[in-house]
Write a protein that binds this ligand. Structure first.
Ligand SMILES: Cc1cc2nc3c(=O)[nH]c(=O)nc-3n(C[C@H](O)[C@H](O)[C@H](O)COP(=O)(O)OP(=O)(O)OC[C@H]3O[C@@H](n4cnc5c(N)ncnc54)[C@H](O)[C@@H]3O)c2cc1C
Length: 645
């Protein structure tokens, strides 16, 4: 059928029209081959703009459409829908980005107008060769996998489970709770972290729709949106969960102590242990690295004293396979290792601690029962808190960790509560108290007597048995003595975020955290359809923001479940099996694990539901056996030639 093309140039208010002469571009487009009508309009994405296209399609019998406006990531779906509603296949549409690629990158009106003409001409040449394509619908499995059971994973799991849908909640540690379980009180309201968290943990543990898998790792993910297959390794606890009563006798009787991960070294645990009193599940785990039976074949004290006969040294890891339609990643954050900033003396000097270590010290149910003690067993009379350790520092992490100012101020308050009369000095770069009730909390802490010093200390030294913080203020070198120094360390991406990203096919931003699909308009989706992110794995944030994001991820999943089916993009790669040599280079290159190898026929195949149409396989195929629907050589060459107006 002979192409009859309509071209529509958007002003985007003054975003485009402020730089590009849109009338001139429309006039130019009118003269291009195949163009039946060309118009400009204030906002093509508005209802009148959309109706203008629909009316033209009908009245002028258009069979192809070009819109020159913003980025296709914003409005390509809008205009494809407009075409479809007016009876034109949505793939017979092309978009020219004359905003981000043109008006926003130059102030020169003439140059911008010429470039806009070139981009429109390219889109018109390309749309000539577009083929109608059909999208497919696949059904959505209503089960959901959530990886990570900190407050983000817990919140998302409860939202989905309370709506009547099954959740598999996988946590790699022996208990759920994440970092929030380690905190004492939470800013700015100072409510006890455990008091607000543990009821939710218990609810998760007993929820009929939540299958909790703690001490477990996801090993393999295959499939696509609506239909993922996941292999999970349930590591052996060497304790039978069904028999264990959680009485704790095994822990008491175990003679071997090691540093507790939960207490970040401030306290110790046994070789058989429950990480903390309110752990869910309340079932211990034997740490085979430190258990005398596993190391030397001796002891078995835990087994001897276990009345429930729950100890099982023969227990093996178990592989569980589950089918789910959607996945939420909620793997949280790691903490910056301050040994790298050697001048602060962490690991070298006594009484220099990290913020999380301080949380455990100040916690009433922590190893010191909330008694803040120096190494010599006395209480500190003065404490220095150094903000931004590893954050807002181009040598480490350029970003702001968003919670350190507030938790440091919280420490100022808690110190006074626990050690009356203590002097607290906060060394800050900038104070960021942006949230609800934060500024008020800052004023409160200041009124209580905490002294704020605007400086990034150059070092911490020991002088005459006392710690001394060195800093510069008003061009003058100064020193502040302190008995205890707390380093407010940065929140950073988990050490294994790269591996987790590869496993689930999701990207990371330059700061190492998982990358959302769109920071403003799609902040919990990822580039892998059906996989969402929630909480600090996406970037540092406080508990209220984490909970809000977890709710948003749950809402995305629930909307997918209630739709029941999902549309699969038609612009996917196609392998010509007659040409494919079976070299599998494409399989290695595919970032979405969308290519499989057929052993029998010795050729590669594309799973269309997984393929995102990125084209990596097309470029990498040495035999030219792969083409990409909607990005054929013919279309791309025409687009390039069209630029040469
Ligand atoms: C010292 C300190 C004090 C703070 N104080 C406050 C405060 O007072 N108020 C406030 O609002 N915020 C505070 N925060 C921030 C708060 O800790 C976070 O907002 C919150 O914990 C984020 O929850 P999350 O679930 O995203 O991550 P996490 O709490 O990190 O939970 C992630 C969970 O995922 C698990 N996991 C990780 N990787 C995997 C994997 N591959 N497979 C399975 N499971 C995995 C982890 O074991 C963990 O259980 C503080 C932070 C710090 C460091």
């Amino acid at each position: 059928m002979e192409p009859r093309i309509g071209v529509y140039i958007c002003h985007c208010g003054s975003n485009i029209a402020g730089t590009v002469n849109v009338e001139a571009v429309a006039k130019f487009a009118q003269g291009l081959e195949g163009v039946v009508v060309a118009r400009d309009y204030k906002f093509m994405c508005s209802d009148p703009g959309q109706n203008m296209i629909k009316d033209d399609i009908k009245e002028k019998e258009l069979n192809r459409v070009v819109v020159a406006s913003c980025s296709p990531t914003m409005h390509e779906p809008t205009f494809r829908r407009v075409c479809q509603e007016a009876g034109v296949n949505p793939y017979l549409f092309a978009m020219a980005n004359i905003r981000e690629h043109c008006s926003w990158v130059t102030e020169d009106h003439d140059e911008a107008t010429e470039k806009a003409k070139a981009l429109v001409s390219a889109a018109v040449s390309r749309v000539f060769y577009h083929q109608p394509l059909e999208t497919r619908e696949v059904s959505v499995n209503p089960n959901t996998l959530i990886v990570g059971a900190g407050i983000a994973g817990i919140q998302a799991a409860l939202k989905i489970a309370n709506s009547g849908h099954k959740v598999y909640l996988v946590e790699r540690e022996p208990s759920i709770g994440g970092h929030m379980a380690q905190l004492d009180k939470t800013f700015p309201t100072l409510d006890c972290s455990a008091c607000i968290l543990t009821p939710r943990m218990t609810e998760v543990g007993h929820h009929p729709n939540i299958e909790l898998m703690t001490y477990s790792d996801v090993e393999e993910v295959s499939g696509f949106i609506g239909n993922f297959k996941v292999k999970i390794r349930k590591k052996a606890r060497f304790v039978d969960e069904d028999k264990c009563t959680g009485c704790g006798v095994c822990q008491e009787k175990c003679p071997f102590k090691v540093d507790s991960e939960f207490d970040v070294g401030v306290g110790q645990r046994k070789a058989i242990y429950i990480p903390f009193a309110q752990a869910v599940p309340n079932v211990p785990v034997i740490d085979r690295e430190h258990c005398a039976y596993f190391l030397k074949g001796t002891c078995r004290a835990c087994e001897k004293f276990c009345e429930a006969k729950a100890i099982d040294f023969e227990q093996k890891d178990e592989i569980v396979e589950v089918d789910v339609g959607n996945i939420i990643i909620a793997t949280g954050y790691g903490l910056f290792e301050p040994r790298g900033i050697y001048q602060y003396g962490y690991g070298e000097l006594d009484n220099v601690v990290t913020s999380l270590e301080f949380e455990r010290m100040v916690n009433a149910s922590g190893p010191t029962s909330g008694d803040i003690l120096l190494k010599d067993g006395t209480h500190p009379k003065s404490v220095a808190i150094i903000h931004c350790v590893g954050s807002r520092d181009k040598d480490y992490h350029e970003y702001c960790s968003r919670v350190c100012c507030m938790y440091s101020m919280k420490f100022g308050h808690l110190l006074r509560e626990h050690v009356p009369g203590v002097k607290v000095y906060e060394f800050y770069v900038d104070l960021r108290a942006f949230g609800k009730g934060f500024e008020e909390f800052y004023n409160r802490v200041m009124e209580e007597g905490t002294i704020f010093i605007e400086a990034r200390p150059s070092g911490v030294k020991e002088e005459g048995g006392k710690l001394v913080v060195e800093y510069e203020e008003g061009g003058e070198e100064k020193k502040q003595a302190a008995d205890l120094v707390i380093l407010s360390t940065a929140l950073e991406a988990q050490a294994d975020a790269g591996e987790v990203g590869r496993l689930f096919g999701i990207g990371r931003s330059a700061d190492g955290f998982f990358l959302e699909k769109h920071p403003k308009l799609d902040p919990v989706a990822t580039m892998s359809d059906g996989i969402f992110v929630a909480g600090c794995c996406q970037g540092p944030k406080d508990i209220p923001d984490t909970v809000a994001q977890a709710g948003a991820a749950a809402a995305e999943v629930l909307s997918m479940i209630s739709r029941g089916t999902v549309e699969i993009e038609a612009a996917t790669a196609v392998i010509d099996e007659r040409i494919c040599s079976g070299c599998q280079i494409c399989k290695l290159l595919c970032p979405y694990s969308a290519i499989t190898f057929d052993e029998e026929k010795e050729v590669c195949r594309v799973n269309e539901a997984l393929c995102k149409g990125c084209g990596a396989c097309v470029g990498g195929c040495p035999g030219d056996a792969i083409s990409l629907n909607h990005f054929t050589n013919e279309q791309i060459v025409a687009q390039m030639e069209g630029m040469l107006v």
